[in-house]
Design a protein. Sequence first.
Length: 202
Amino acid sequence: MTQTLTNVPSPIAAINKDSSGTNAATKTGVAMLEPIYVSSRETPEIPLFPGVTVKIKLRHTQTADLFTSVEVDVAPKTMGPAPHLHQTLDEIMLVLAGEASVLVGDAVTVIETGGWHLRPHGIVHTFWNAADKPLRFIDIYPNQNFEDFFPELSALIGGLMSKGVSPASAEFLESMQALDAQWGMTAFYDQRQPIVEQYGLS
């Protein structure tokens, strides 16, 4: 519920004006956004991999293409996607509950509850939940409509599985690689299973 306060001076005018008195939010190239409230009931779960689901929180159409945001849930002892890189997409993670193990290059960092992590584009990375408790985190994607990738991935995996296509098959791999290419990604699928085995994940 949104409440309106009355007789309270608004700081917005002071914040949005620079020293010349110009409203900074109306300068050329700067978008004026509308306030948005997103309730938990508005964001249904999108299944990705076993034990991994996504909820879209903010879409690029709501932020003038400035950023998008999703909430990710990962079950205990569960692997995320195969190590991969993005040609142009940067990712900002905020862990809400549990601990995220994040691989960037050759280094694994454990992000505790309340911790932030930046994954720049062009670097191989992935994540997993090595703990015995559920993991929940927010991912923010600047300057790209990456939230649209997740329904496409879910539909692709669900469609292949419904046809009985094995995740280990060439058809499955080629389909995944085709989707990756559309989104400027390169995934290293052969590197996923060694992480699963090393950390006892599913």
